[in-house]
Design a protein around this ligand. Structure first.
Ligand code: 5GP
Length: 114
């Protein structure tokens, strides 16, 4: 079964895609938690951070350089932003296709609530 995000990558279900190349796709989160809330995903399915293979190092690095460029493009590089990867139950992961959240555009507060 393809993941939800694989379907977005393949444009089988709609999403507001802001960047795509042969390795990654970035699109707006459907329930934004900040003025800027993008998801950067590998085009191939990697379920969680636990499933990143050594051979995926370049791909995962590319996810971060794309996030950096998208932050610049959104005008939030200097004001700041947060990159988040949730993993499994305690991490609050809901979609089991690796993704980096890029959130910013407003003060984000403490990293974790108590
Ligand atoms: P997670 O909790 O897995 O780290 O985050 C999953 C994110 O995917 C959530 O922020 C959620 O709002 C977003 N999301 C879930 N379904 C969809 C969808 O169909 N389209 C888009 N654009 N985002 C989605």
């Amino acid at each position: 079964m393809p993941t939800l995000f694989e379907k977005i990558v393949a444009r089988e279900i709609p999403a507001d895609i802001v960047f795509q190349d042969d390795r990654v796709t970035a699109f707006r989160d459907i329930h934004p938690r900040a003025p800027v809330h993008l998801l950067i995903v590998p085009n191939k399915a990697i379920a969680t951070a636990n499933d990143i293979a050594d051979a995926d190092e370049t791909l995962v690095g590319h996810m971060f350089t794309v996030a950096r460029d998208l932050a610049r493009g959104a005008g939030i590089a200097d004001s700041g932003y947060r990159l988040i990867i949730n993993c499994n139950r305690d991490g609050g992961q809901e979609v089991f296709h690796l993704h980096v959240h890029l959130v910013g555009g407003a003060p984000l507060g403490p990293m974790l609530s108590r």
